[in-house]
Unconditional design. Structure first.
Length: 297
């Protein structure tokens, strides 16, 4: 019984920060764990353009690295095929590989692509906090202040959409400023809902989202943000959440790397993503810490 009580206490310790009634009752006592945003416009550490450019740069690098599997997509996009062929050939020359033979393409791991593109890698590992479970670390390189260092994956729910059963015992539900919820749980019902929505929205060879974050080997190495632990009095936040609506002109061939999908596809709106942006320079070996909630006062 004692062991069971301890387990429940640990579970509550990690879950309470996302539990809205607990948040309301303890708002005054936990100011240091909350980030106050008087207006949604002030929720921007960096500009949406900077977020867009970082994702675009990273996704293009992943696309080119996986070029041999993109033939069906490129066949339907002749207007961009030449652009990617040119980029592909440049990459192959830099890798000292025969650019005329796609079969000899040197394929890097997603983590290597991230390092070669942005200068760092992030991955999940056991947290440095006692009883915190999994955390996210900068495992290689250096991340400067004001850089997108991770993404929060999951199914995006608009207001009044059904999420009750998915939320039971779920410590991975993120609430945006406007009430939009993102379920970043990679197990159970949440996992099944995401995969169902992702396959529902696939258009021929075009995948509108990435399912690989549900596995231990994400195709998009940034999609580990749901495992970033909450800051504390001892561990100050070094990253913060920033909301980002994917613009209509986002390249359709790169949507296969977006780790988010809308629950209701019949609602005309932009796809909501949440990125984690560094509040200071972060060195190799450091764990990422942030606030679980954005609170509008």
């Amino acid at each position: 019984e004692v062991a069971m009580l301890r387990a429940l206490r640990r579970r509550w310790g990690s879950y309470k920060y996302r539990f809205v009634p607990w948040l309301a009752l303890n708002l005054r006592r936990q100011r240091r764990t909350l980030r106050y945003v008087p207006e949604s416009s002030q929720d921007k550490i960096i500009t949406d353009e900077d977020v867009f450019e970082t994702l675009l740069k990273t996704f293009k690098a992943l696309f080119i690295n996986d070029f041999s599997r993109q033939a069906d997509i490129l066949a339907l996009l002749p207007e961009v095929r030449c652009q990617y062929l040119e980029l592909f050939n440049v990459e192959q020359k830099c890798s000292k590989v025969n650019s005329c033979n796609h079969q000899n393409q040197h394929v890097f791991s997603p983590e290597e692509v991230l390092f070669n593109t942005l200068g760092f890698t992030v991955s999940r590992d056991r947290s440095s906090l006692v009883s915190a479970g999994t955390g996210v670390f900068v495992t290689r390189g250096f991340v400067p202040k004001g850089m997108v260092v991770s993404m929060y994956p999951g199914t995006v729910y608009r207001k009044h959409e059904p999420i009750f059963f998915q939320s039971l015992g779920n410590p991975f539900i993120f609430r945006c400023i406007d009430g939009v919820l993102i379920d970043g749980n990679d197990k159970g019902l949440s996992r099944s809902v995401y995969r169902s929505c992702s396959r529902r929205d696939q258009l021929g060879p075009f995948q509108m989202s990435d399912e690989s974050w549900l596995t231990t080997s994400p195709q998009n190495p940034l999609a580990v943000g749901q495992y970033v632990n909450n800051c504390s009095h001892e561990r100050a936040a070094n990253v913060c959440y920033q909301e980002f609506d994917v613009p209509e002109h986002f390249p359709v061939e790169l949507k296969q790397y977006l780790p988010n999908i809308v629950y209701s596809h019949d609602i005309e709106s932009h796809l909501r993503c949440v990125v984690l942006v560094t509040l200071r320079d972060i060195k190799q070996g450091e764990e990422l810490f942030s606030n679980y909630y954005t609170v509008v006062s």
